[in-house]
Design a protein around this ligand. Structure first.
Ligand SMILES: [Zn+2]
Length: 313
């Protein structure tokens, strides 16, 4: 990166900057620091590399992160295109912007999601064999199900019946849930309650340690499989096929040291795009390339051997 590119990016983002004058170093382009409320251009962006440092509050990071903090917009720099997967016709930067664009305007609304009617946690007294057998078939025994707070509904309710229910919690409070049919008889295998905006939450979020290592997968069963593999990474499930804006924000709040994306194999392009995007915020980033047709739940090999690192710093 050089001065010209940095200035161009700042101009496109409508951010005022100085290339000389008071508080401006020889090797930097300076802006007012958004982190400490500085108004005198104390934040310098290094012409070589594009990382920044605020002389007042010592905040550091890279240009993408800075633009995001000031404007709320995500940008990709031209160099990112080196990770464009083979055969891809779309520019990766555009692709990332597109997938991160929220489908609806994010309005903060009060969450009143409760667990479905008839919900029961799995306990040592649970004797619904269909439920227990289904879970067992996915490698989840009763003790593990109890530990993970998994529950179910049965035939006694009219709506949302016959579901394995995964409560989604934040700070130990239930904020939503997703359900999976355990009979194989209904047309709707996955159930997401309408009042719950799934793109705002991550399954297993509460277990992410600050400065930890995180592996991002798709579904709750993928997360459970990865937990059992004891990889040294905390699995979180995005619950759909991609990461939403709020999910990324929440992930970043935990200041993860390392994130690897492990979405299902048909999603390799997305997998790389999200990983590429996360390099703006996370020191170590990689993506997992599983063989065609495999997902984390089915893959028998060592997932960590399949990681393609795109940032190690
Ligand atoms: Zn500052």
């Amino acid at each position: 990166m050089n001065e010209q590119i940095i200035c161009q990016i700042l101009e496109e983002a409508d951010i005022e900057y100085k290339t000389k004058g008071k508080n401006v170093g020889e090797n930097t382009v300076n802006v007012c620091c958004p982190f400490c409320g500085d108004t005198n251009y104390h934040l310098g962006i290094f012409k070589d590399g594009g990382n920044f440092n605020c002389w007042v509050c010592q905040k550091t990071g890279n240009l993408q992160y800075l633009v995001y903090v000031i404007t709320g917009d995500r940008i990709t720099i031209p160099e990112s295109n080196q990770y464009l997967p083979e055969g891809a016709t779309e520019d990766l930067g555009d692709y990332v912007k597109k997938i991160l664009k929220p489908k609806v305007k994010v309005i903060s609304k009060s969450r009143t999601t409760t667990l479905p009617e008839g919900f029961q946690y799995i306990t040592e007294l649970t004797n619904n064999n269909r439920v227990l057998n289904y879970l067992e078939g996915r490698g989840v025994d009763r003790i593990f199900a109890q530990k993970m707070g998994i529950g179910y509904t049965d035939h006694l309710v009219k709506k949302n019946r016959f579901l394995i229910v995964f409560p989604i919690t934040e700070n130990k409070k239930v904020v939503g849930w997703v359900g999976r049919d355990y009979t194989g008889m209904t047309t709707k295998r996955h159930v997401i309650p309408g009042e719950f905006d799934i793109h705002d939450y991550l399954y297993n979020f509460d277990n992410i340690p600050v400065n930890g290592k995180v592996i991002v997968c798709e579904g709750p069963f993928d997360a459970l499989t990865l937990i059992r593999k004891n990889l040294g990474y905390t699995p979180v499930a995005v619950l759909t096929s991609g990461l939403g804006k709020q999910q990324i924000n929440k992930l970043i709040e935990k200041k993860p040291h390392t994130v690897i994306t492990c979405l299902d194999s048909e999603m390799t392009f997305k997998n790389i795009a999200y990983a590429e995007y996360l390099t703006c915020f996370v020191p170590w980033v990689g993506w997992v390339g599983l063989p065609k047709g495999e997902d984390p739940d089915s893959f028998k090999g060592n997932i960590l051997e399949q990681v393609h690192w795109i940032k190690t710093s």
